[in-house]
Design a binder for this molecule. Sequence first.
Ligand SMILES: *Cc1c(COP(=O)(O)O)cnc(C)c1O
Length: 432
Amino acid sequence: MASPVWHPFTQHGLNEPIPRVTRAEGAVLHLADGGTLIDGISSWWVTTHGHCHPRIAAAIAEQAGTLDQLIFAGYTHDPAEAVAHELVRLAPRAPDRPALSHVFFSDSGSTAVEVALKMALGHWYNRALDGGPAARSRILVLEHSYHGDTIGTMSVGERGVYNRAWSPLLFDVGTIPFPAAGREAAALAALEAACADRDDPPAAFIVEPLVLGAGGMLVYPASVLRSMARICARYGVLLIADEVMTGWGRTGTLFACEQAGVVPDIMAVAKGITGGAIPLAATLATGAIFDAHSSTDRARLFYHSSSYTANPIACAAAAANLAIWREEDVLGRIANLSAEMATRLDRLAAHPAFANPRQLGVIAAIDLIAADAGYLSDLAPALRAFFLERGLLLRPLGNTIYLMPPYCLTIGQLDGIFAALHAAGDRFGAQA
Ligand SMILES: *Cc1c(COP(=O)(O)O)cnc(C)c1O
């Protein structure tokens, strides 16, 4: 019988094979048919230290037998308290900026971003009630952004084939051009003009710091992010950093904002927060954002919740992940892997089939030169199948091939991946 499962981002009409995975360890997935795959994209950017990390698995098992779930409205528990304290301690900071001092839990990156947007508008709304400046509601976004697949997060993301059916439901935003090489000044000028708009002053600007993930692994310099933050601060526009993908070491630092010395007003984290074992997300905010919602008036509370907010098992997994970060040289491991990836990416870039190599931390991307470029490029499914045959889980974004491996990847595994990339260049480069 056909499976009743409806998979995400999967065109069932093409009847492509759907591999069944039975267990995983480190960077390796074991298949029901006895084969194995190297997980080259950390199971969609979430697995950081490797699959089934013993410390995280043990923390989950222990918490599951102690306190499995608890209403989080008006109640609390040790794992949530521990994770919140640690997040505040680890968050980007700077002497001239208010600290990210409050933590609101949720369960996915999309929700963490929705919460960030709600906090930003709530801040302006409540301040207006207190006699402050008129409430603001306009959101500025960066071209090519991705922030999730809910109605709100699609609204602040790039519009295209992946959300066209719902465009009547999406709210209007102001779009700032992507600061591509040579066009940084124009992007900053556009941001400044939008922030300075007196008729409709923006409430917030949301960015993926340093690298736009789903938009095609597009990188931009830390100096540009720093200038963006300065412009926002000058006009009182709240800066929301979506560190859902970039967080937890992906770009070479714990959070990407650190490389720019930027402390946002609101920051969303998810994906690697539990090491990738179980869903959890958090939205961090400054005291000013929190205070705007804090009152003796019960009508002013922050109206957001989900059943599993700060689930204790997920928080215990996050606490174990944070202990690994505290006690092990994870950044050293990332730096080593990043350097090994860089030499191999350089060699691959010499292959005539490829162009536009780019890397930040353990995110490496390169474009396969194609007549048919873009997200719906026929190359993407062909490449996916090509890599699958070679024991590799990769999921190109159109004609962009990228790697985002777990930090435990061995040199041997990395060499295997790059051998497959060279082979893909030989096989598909000729077609272009
Ligand atoms: C993955 C991602 C999200 C959405 O996170 P989910 O956990 O999949 O909802 C949001 N923002 C960015 C930058 C992402 O990469």
